[in-house]
Structures are given as structure tokens and as C-alpha cells.
Design a protein around this ligand. Structure first.
Ligand code: F6P
Length: 319
């Protein structure tokens, strides 16, 4: 393979730049030319492509966001969009592609592979909701951001004897809520994966009050939502003044942690290695700290277990 492209797609995640750097340098080291495709699959459709060399990816490993920009691309779900993308690749001599993103982006990579442009998916999302891998790039940074923010909220909740209800991202997945919740010493963690009632949350707070607790942290996963309403119900039922905070997109930014930079470098490198061997239609990931790769269709069918035992631990020590 003589020339490959790299793009970032879907929601951005800290560490995407580190993948772009690893892909670019690995490709150059293997004697391949490499280009960046801007704004996800839109760049393939519109021919928005920039050459990359070793220096154009200098000084980005530590930066959040993505130097190639990112977007979700509705046109890419249709044959017309795919054909335009294929044409751009043929005109530019792009034989392989590394796609950094989530499940939606991998579907596009499978469609392109089926049309002769060998593509490899690299899991980049703060949600950690990709089944074939235990870890997705951006997850650790996002959790650390949540912990930093909740620690600050705890200070003011403590000063005012309040309950802080904090809604965290994760679309429909509760991984950020669970792990950041444990790390923040939350009184209660609410996620879709674990059954709960508002009364359970209230009872836990009342129990805490009885044992002399004056301030509380409740973490709510985005998929549940309703944190303002929950704060009101807690206040009414317990008499503890309550405030809701939706952390929002702050969780998507910031300089990637060591874990994200290392995973990005490993997975980016491995994706290029597969392409250099003429292998496409795979998604790379990490299992037991080892790099693994799966057929994209197979990866999309896999199911990820929620760590219920960890949830149980969090619940048992939060009183
Ligand atoms: O998938 C990452 C994520 O941040 C989710 O946690 C969240 O639901 C979604 O993206 C938000 O997307 P947008 O940036 O388009 O509002």
C-alpha cells in the first residue's frame, strides 16, 4: 500500500490527535504517504484533504480536540455518498484509511472496505461504549475531568450542607458515571444498567443524615437525565438543599491523560500495521492490555458487560 488517509469522526475525544500523530509517523516509517481527511467522512465526499508529514503532527500529542476536525455525516449512510468518497480516494490514490471514532463511524469504515478502500476503525469516544474493546481513547481523560469537577462541587456542597446532583455524559452508557462516581465517593450512582427508584436515592440520603452526614453527591448518567427534577425531589423529601449540575461538553475537552496518549499511540500504530499488510475491514482495540482486532461486522454485534460487581462495591461503601 502506497498511500493512506486518516480521519476523525463522530464526537471528538481527547487522544484523537495522538492517534493522528501515531498513524502519520507509522505510515511514514513504513514508506507510505499519508493524508488527513478533514471533518470526518464529509472530507472524503468533498475532497477536503491535507497532506501530512512528520512535522505537521508535531506538538499535537498533548492537545485535546482533533486537528482534522470531526463531524457526523448523514450523506455517508447512502450509496451516493459512499461512491463520492470512493471516487475521491481513487483520484487521490488513497488505498487505505484509518477511521477514529465510535460504532457509527465503524459502519462507514465497513462500507468503504466493501467498496475496495481498506479501512481500519480505531475506538475514539469518551463513552467507553464499544464492545470489542475494554477501553476507548478519551475515556480516562473524560473521567478525570468529571472527578476534578465533582471534587470542586463537593467543596461547595460541604460548605452549604447541600446535595449536589451531577449529570455526566455517556449517551446510553453508564461507564463514566460508575467509575467517576466511585472515584468521587458519590452517595448514589444512577445509570441505566442498574435498577433504581427515586425512593432508593432518598432513603440512602436519609440513612446518611441519621449517621451525621451533611452533604451528598449523586451522579446521574446522561441516559437517565432529569437531574434538575431529581434535585427538587431530594430537597422536598429530605430537607437537604439540592442543586443540579450538568457537566456537558467540558468532559470532551482537555489534554489527554497518559493512558489516552499511550492507547492512542498503540492503536494508531497497529491500525497502520494492518493496512501495510493489505488488511482492511477490521477494528482494533485493547483486551487485557493487549492489542486485538476484529472484523468490523463481528465487532458491531458484540455486547459489553457492565461491571455490576463494581457497582455493588460502590453502593456498599457509600454510606
Ligand atoms: O459520544 C460522545 C458524547 O459526548 C456522548 O456522551 C454524548 O451523548 C454525545 O456525544 C453528545 O453529542 P453532541 O456533541 O453531538 O452533542
Amino acid at each position: 500500500m502506497k498511500k493512506i488517509g486518516v480521519l476523525t469522526s463522530g464526537g471528538d475525544a481527547p487522544g484523537m490527535n495522538a492517534v493522528i500523530r501515531a498513524v502519520t509517523r507509522a505510515a511514514i516509517a513504513k514508506g507510505m504517504e499519508v493524508v488527513g481527511v478533514r471533518r470526518g467522512y464529509n472530507g472524503l465526499i468533498n475532497g477536503d484533504i491535507v497532506p501530512l508529514d512528520a512535522r505537521s503532527v508535531s506538538d499535537i500529542i498533548q492537545r485535546g480536540g482533533t486537528m482534522l476536525y470531526t463531524a457526523r455525516c448523514a450523506e455517508f449512510r447512502y450509496e451516493e455518498g459512499l461512491q463520492k468518497a470512493k471516487k475521491t480516494c481513487e483520484e487521490q490514490g488513497i488505498e487505505g484509511l484509518v477511521v477514529v471514532g465510535g460504532d457509527g463511524s465503524f459502519r462507514g469504515a465497513a462500507d468503504l472496505s466493501a467498496r475496495g478502500i481498506l479501512s481500519i476503525g480505531v475506538p475514539g469516544t469518551i463513552d467507553n461504549d464499544i464492545s470489542m474493546t475494554e477501553y476507548t481513547i478519551g475515556y480516562d481523560t473524560a473521567m478525570n475531568t468529571v472527578v476534578e469537577m465533582v471534587d470542586k462541587l463537593r467543596d461547595t456542597a460541604q460548605s452549604h450542607d447541600r446535595c449536589s446532583v451531577v449529570e455526566v455524559m455517556g449517551r446510553n452508557a453508564g461507564y463514566i458515571a460508575l467509575n467517576a462516581g466511585i472515584a468521587c465517593g458519590a452517595t448514589y450512582i444512577i445509570t441505566k444498567e442498574e435498577p433504581f427508584t427515586v425512593n432508593d436515592v432518598i432513603s440512602k440520603i436519609i440513612e446518611g443524615q441519621k449517621s451525621g452526614k451533611h452533604h451528598f453527591i449523586v451522579i446521574v448518567a446522561e441516559g437517565i437525565g432529569g437531574s434538575e427534577q431529581l434535585a427538587k425531589e431530594i430537597e422536598q423529601a429530605t430537607g437537604v438543599e439540592s442543586r443540579a449540575t450538568i457537566l456537558g461538553h467540558v468532559q470532551r475537552g482537555g489534554s489527554p491523560t497518559v493512558q489516552d496518549r499511550v492507547a492512542a499511540s498503540q492503536l494508531g500504530y497497529y491500525a497502520v500495521d494492518l493496512l501495510s499488510k493489505g488488511i482492511g475491514n477490521r477494528v482494533v482495540g485493547l483486551q487485557h492490555n493487549e492489542v486485538v482486532d476484529y472484523d468490523i461486522q463481528e465487532a458491531l454485534k458484540m455486547k459489553k458487560e457492565f461491571p455490576h460487581d463494581l457497582y455493588k462495591i460502590a453502593n456498599e461503601i457509600s454510606f
